[in-house]
Design a protein. Structure first.
Length: 397
């Protein structure tokens, strides 16, 4: 079996709060690659989640731009002028002026990466996101000749940062959902090449007893998502208001923060449901999992307006917790076939009905718990999905 020495480019991971869902895959890659390097595009010196020292030690801590990066980029340009010119040429193959400027900003660090990759004898470069991170991987590959690939999620596809160009020259392109692949096909107005594949982003599936948890005295609904408009928490708040009007006793926990936090707090006060809504702020990932393990949460709801395949729901399902999602993006791939309940986006009545049904039906809770967990074990176990990713890397190298 071919040895893999892998460099993975992220936006900020292991720093910040938004990419912690990469962690299970990195833990698996660490054990299955001869060498693994993690390079965040932008350095944000803030570790929010419980990330082991062994993973942090894999990270190359360098800012987006500094004197060393600029000097190295200059030297690389002198040594490989034709390759660097070729990389610059690719940046102008379509795309908006905004994307061109963003790609120009990461160009020096991409050239700096070439030296890091060569010194470490890297055999493959992989980027998460189809935006400037994959631009960096593409540039580094053009200059070094090291094969590269990228994982596309959802919002990064819609940005369409040189997607067609990247599809044509990457060794392979991974989508985390079939819906994402269909969206990309529409955006680039071309059929996807054969070297595209759908490989889910896996999680660590916990060991559980077979007992179905009883409801808490006051059933707890958790929404572990940033408080931003596209996550749709305003509709969830309206559904809590409707449930209270029906006499259903519940508690909603919003486990994050974001630009809409103040607006949602005001909405809860206006609806008279502040006593039923708790804004937890930023909650460490391991704390969320602890809530699931300790059966503190009865339902996980994600009323998103746009979504890839939400890890927030995958993790809840792995713990046997019933979930409610909206019929958008890749969510149907996850919660379809009875693994969860789906409602239309922007529909608080349907959302309230789904939550009400779960709360008042033990049979439904049991069914969702079993089918949801089974589906995650079969399709989203990080051990299996990482093996699929490494197989694609070996085949594309």
């Amino acid at each position: 079996m071919m040895v893999v020495r892998l460099m993975v480019i992220t936006a900020k991971f292991p720093y910040g709060i938004t990419e912690v869902f990469f962690l299970p895959e990195f833990v698996e890659l660490q054990t299955k690659c001869e060498k693994l390097m993690i390079v965040p595009r932008s350095l944000q010196k803030k570790i929010v989640h419980d990330i082991s020292k062994s993973i942090l030690d894999l990270c190359i801590e360098t800012p987006l731009l500094n004197a060393e990066i600029c000097w190295t980029a200059f030297l690389v340009s002198l040594r490989h002028p034709l390759r660097v010119l070729k990389a610059i040429f690719f940046l102008f193959l379509g795309g908006s002026l905004r994307n061109l400027l963003k790609n120009a900003v990461v160009f020096p660090k991409a050239l700096w990466l070439t030296q890091v990759a060569l010194r470490a004898n890297i055999t493959h470069i992989h980027a998460h996101w189809g935006t400037t991170t994959s631009t960096m991987a593409m540039i580094a590959s053009i200059v070094t000749g090291i094969p590269w690939s990228m994982t596309l999620h959802r919002g990064d596809i819609a940005e369409n940062n040189l997607l067609l160009t990247k599809f044509e020259i990457a060794s392979f392109v991974r989508f985390i959902s079939e819906d994402g692949r269909k969206l990309a096909e529409v955006l680039v107005k071309a059929r996807m090449p054969q070297r595209t594949c759908v490989i889910h982003l896996g999680i660590r599936v916990p060991e559980l007893s077979n007992e179905l948890a009883t409801l808490n005295a006051k059933p707890v609904i958790l929404c572990p998502a940033q408080l931003i408009e596209r996550k749709g928490q305003n509709y969830l708040l309206e559904s809590i208001f409707l449930l209270k009007q029906r006499g259903t006793c519940i508690q909603l926990w919003l486990a994050s923060t974001g630009e809409s936090k103040q607006k949602y707090e005001e909405q809860a006060r206006r609806l008279g449901i502040s006593d039923s809504v708790e804004f937890l702020g930023t909650v460490a990932h391991e704390k969320i999992l602890s809530m699931y393990q300790n059966q503190e949460v009865d339902i996980v709801a994600l009323p998103s307006l746009h979504e890839g395949i939400p890890v927030a729901l995958i993790e809840a399902m792995a713990y046997g917790i019933p979930v409610v999602g909206t019929n958008v993006g890749g969510t149907p791939e996850l919660v379809g076939e009875g693994a969860g309940l789906m409602v239309p986006p922007r529909n608080p009545v349907a959302l309230a009905d789904a939550l009400d049904n779960i709360i008042h039906s033990e049979d439904l809770r049991k069914k969702l718990s079993i089918l949801g967990r089974t589906k995650v074990i079969e399709g989203w176990d990080a051990g299996k999905t990482t093996d699929q990713l490494l197989s694609a890397i070996r085949g594309g190298t």
